[in-house]
Design a protein around this ligand. Structure first.
Ligand SMILES: Nc1ncnc2c1ncn2[C@@H]1O[C@H](COP(=O)(O)OP(=O)(O)OP(=O)(O)O)[C@@H](O)[C@H]1O
Ligand SMILES: [Mg+2]
Length: 365
C-alpha cells in the first residue's frame, strides 16, 4: 500500500535566489553561512512518509522550521525544491485552483489560535470549512452539529465563541477540521495556548477520537512530552533539518545524536518506556523458578516499577508463548530514569497504573 502522505527532499529557502541556496546546501554549505547573505534556509532536505491513520509529530524548538514544513504539506507554501504527495497525487505539480480544491476537501488545518469568527455562532464556526466546500446549509449544520458532539460540545451550538473557555474554543477549531471529513489533519501547536490540564484533556480527547476516526495527522509541537504522548512516530527538527525520525521509544532510548539526547533529558521516561526497551535480553540461567508475577515486552515502565517492588529478584519478561525473553533488574529501572534518577515520583503512583491496566501482566500472585 502506498503511503498516504509523502515528503521527498523538501527545501524551503526565504531570500534572494533560493534555488542557488538549495544547490549550495546540497553541496554542503551550512545554514549559518547562507544567513550571512540574508538567506534563510527554513527547511532543509526533509523526507518522510506518514501512513494512513498515523499521528506523525514534528517536534523542534522555535525557528526550527516546523510551521514552514507544515505549510508545504498543504500547498500554502511552494517548496523551493522537492515534492509532496498525498494519496498518490503530487501536490507540488498542481495549479492554484486544484490545490485550493485539495485544501478544501482533503486537508484540514487546526491552528494554535483558534481562528474563530467572533460574530458567528459556534455552529457556524464549526461549519465554516463546509461552507467553503459549498455544502448546502442544512447538511452543513447537521455535519457541524455531529462534529461538535464528537468534540464534547453538544448543547453549545448556538453560543458565541467568547462564551466558551479556551479549551472549548480549541475544540470548536477541531470540530471545524473534523466536519469537513478531510483525511489529513495538520495541527500546528494546536494545544500550546491551553493551560496544562486542559491541554492534557485535549491530548486524551484527540487520541480517543483518533481510535475511531483514524485520520492521518501531522501534529506540530515544541513540547517533547506532548510529542511522546501523541506521536506514533516523531520527527525531531533542528535548524531546518529533520535529525531523527522514530517512535517515542527510539528517540528516548536510541537518540541519533547528542542534540536529541539533550532534548530528551527532561522527559518523563516512566510514561514512555516499556519492558521490551529496558530489559536485559541476556537470560541464561537467570530463571527464577517461582510463582512471581512477570511482565510482557509491552508492559509499561510504571508496571515494571510496581512489579520490581513486589518480587525479590529481577522481573522476568515473557513473550506471548510464555518464553523468557529478558529480565529487568531493579537497578536497570533506575538507570533508565536518567536525570530523574531516584525520583520517587517516577515509581509511586505506579500501582494505580498497574491495577488499571493489569491485563498486561501475567500475575501469578
Ligand atoms: N515568510 C518568511 N520569510 C522569511 N523568513 C521566514 C518566513 N517564514 C519563516 N521564516 C524563517 O524560517 C525559519 C523557520 O520558521 P518557522 O516559522 O517554520 O519555525 P517554527 O519551528 O514553526 O517556529 P515556532 O516554534 O516559533 O513556531 C525561521 O528562521 C523564520 O524566521
Ligand atoms: Mg511555528
Amino acid at each position: 500500500m502506498s503511503s498516504r502522505l509523502e515528503a521527498e527532499h523538501l527545501y524551503k529557502v526565504f531570500g534572494r535566489r533560493p534555488q542557488d541556496a538549495v544547490k549550495r546546501l546540497e553541496q554542503g554549505t551550512d545554514r549559518d553561512e547562507l544567513r550571512e547573505d540574508g538567506t534563510t534556509a527554513a527547511v532543509i532536505d526533509a523526507s518522510f512518509r506518514v501512513e494512513p491513520g498515523e499521528i506523525f509529530v514534528v517536534m523542534g524548538l522555535s525557528g526550527s522550521g516546523k510551521s514552514t514544513l507544515l505549510r508545504m504539506l498543504n500547498g500554502l507554501l511552494e517548496p523551493t525544491s522537492g515534492h509532496v504527495s498525498f494519496e498518490g497525487e503530487n501536490l507540488t505539480a498542481l495549479g492554484d485552483r486544484e490545490l485550493r480544491a485539495v485544501r478544501a476537501n482533503k486537508i484540514s488545518m487546526v491552528f494554535q489560535h483558534f481562528a474563530l469568527f467572533p460574530h458567528r455562532s459556534v455552529r457556524e464556526n464549526a461549519a465554516y470549512g463546509l461552507a467553503v466546500q459549498g455544502v448546502p446549509r442544512a447538511e452543513r449544520e447537521r455535519r457541524a452539529g455531529e462534529a461538535l458532539a464528537l468534540c464534547g460540545l453538544a448543547g453549545w451550538e448556538d453560543s458565541w465563541p467568547d462564551e466558551l473557555s479556551g479549551g472549548m474554543q480549541q475544540r470548536v477549531g477541531l470540530a471545524r477540521a473534523l466536519a469537513t471529513d478531510a483525511d489529513l489533519l495538520l495541527m500546528d501547536e494546536s494545544f500550546s495556548a491551553l493551560d496544562p490540564l486542559i491541554r492534557r484533556d485535549m491530548q486524551d480527547q484527540l487520541l480517543e477520537l483518533q481510535k475511531t476516526l483514524k485520520k492521518t495527522i501531522v501534529f506540530i509541537t515544541h513540547d517533547l512530552n506532548e510529542a511522546m504522548r501523541l506521536g506514533d512516530r516523531i520527527a525531531v527538527m533542528r535548524d531546518g533539518r529533520i535529525v531523527q525520525t522514530g517512535t517515542a521509544e527510539d528517540i528516548l532510548v536510541r537518540p541519533a545524536n547528542d542534540y536529541v539526547a539533550s532534548f530528551t533529558r527532561d522527559v518523563d521516561r516512566s510514561r514512555v518506556l516499556t519492558a521490551g526497551a529496558v530489559m536485559d535480553p541476556e537470560t541464561q540461567g537467570d530463571e527464577a523458578d517461582c510463582d512471581c508475577p512477570t511482565a510482557t515486552p509491552d508492559s509499561p515502565f510504571t508496571e515494571l516499577c510496581a512489579l520490581s517492588a513486589r518480587v525479590p529478584h529481577a522481573v522476568a519478561v515473557l513473550d506471548e508463548d510464555g518464553e523468557l525473553v529478558g529480565v529487568v533488574p531493579s537497578r536497570r529501572l533506575l538507570g533508565f530514569l536518567g536525570d530523574r534518577q531516584g525520583d520517587p515520583e517516577s515509581c509511586t503512583g505506579s500501582h494505580d497504573a498497574h491495577t488499571a491496566r493489569g491485563g498486561k501482566v501475567t500475575a501469578g500472585a
